[in-house]
Design a protein around this ligand. Sequence first.
Ligand code: AMP
Length: 284
Amino acid sequence: MSRIKCLETLDAMKRFRDSVPSHQKVALVPTMGALHAGHLALVEQAKTLAPVVIVSIFVNPMQFGPHEDFEKYPRNLENDLSILEPYHPLTVFAPSVMEMYPHGPSRTIITVPSMTTVMCGLGRPGHFDGVATVVAKLFNITRPHMALFGQKDAQQLAIIKQLVEDLNFPIKIIGVPTVRETSGLAMSSRNQYLTPSQKEQAAFLYQGLYAAQVLFENGERRANPLIHKVQQVLQSQNIDPEYIALVDQRTLEPIEVITDSPALIALAARIGQARLIDNVVLVP
Ligand code: AMP
């Protein structure tokens, strides 16, 4: 039996949130569950920043396309609660789809067009609108002072930062570095879809990004050679990426030559049943 408090309704969340003294900071860690060490890095950092930490666990149907893995996405709340046990005290918010969308999908959609339709947005139309909308709902439901997101989902992080700025949410958005397996593979709930040999192949996504990072550290600033480097490594493993992009970390606009501001080199690729993403930040 976990000591972690798990709230499943908006009413229960409201009562809990109202009970938090106004001088206490609240940190939110939004997740879709199937927790792993990547999620726990967010929780750990949240615990150092705020006395009240809320971890939301919600597989959001609005961010899955019609042929994506919403149905088979791994769900195991009991296991998630036991993984979170060492972080007690902590509050989990795990609402049902009915609780979040009682009248069907939200008719209000939050979108950041220039950022939601590029990179992963091309292959997953509507995905980031679903993310931005559910995150805005979670912000209003849990009223956090800060919220933590993984750098692994760099496009998501940039979009959330933009929406918070544009819509004046009084919430500090904190990005947390990507947690990787020893092979370099970024931890992801979707790694569960991989066979052991596919996992070995998937590690080359990071090997490619890392090779580009080394090139960057040796002075290369142009997009073409950096992207080509990643391509070469992927090709050597017969990985055909959905995209490899060099973009401004904040605006996600494509970059030809890296000058002053941090850039992201990011990719998506399908390995077996899993669509995987990864990126590294190149700071000039
Ligand atoms: P998800 O459950 O996949 O929606 O992820 C919930 C949060 O955990 C998001 O902010 C992700 O960016 C973050 N996250 C997932 N995997 C990792 C990882 N390997 N390292 C750091 N953060 C991660």
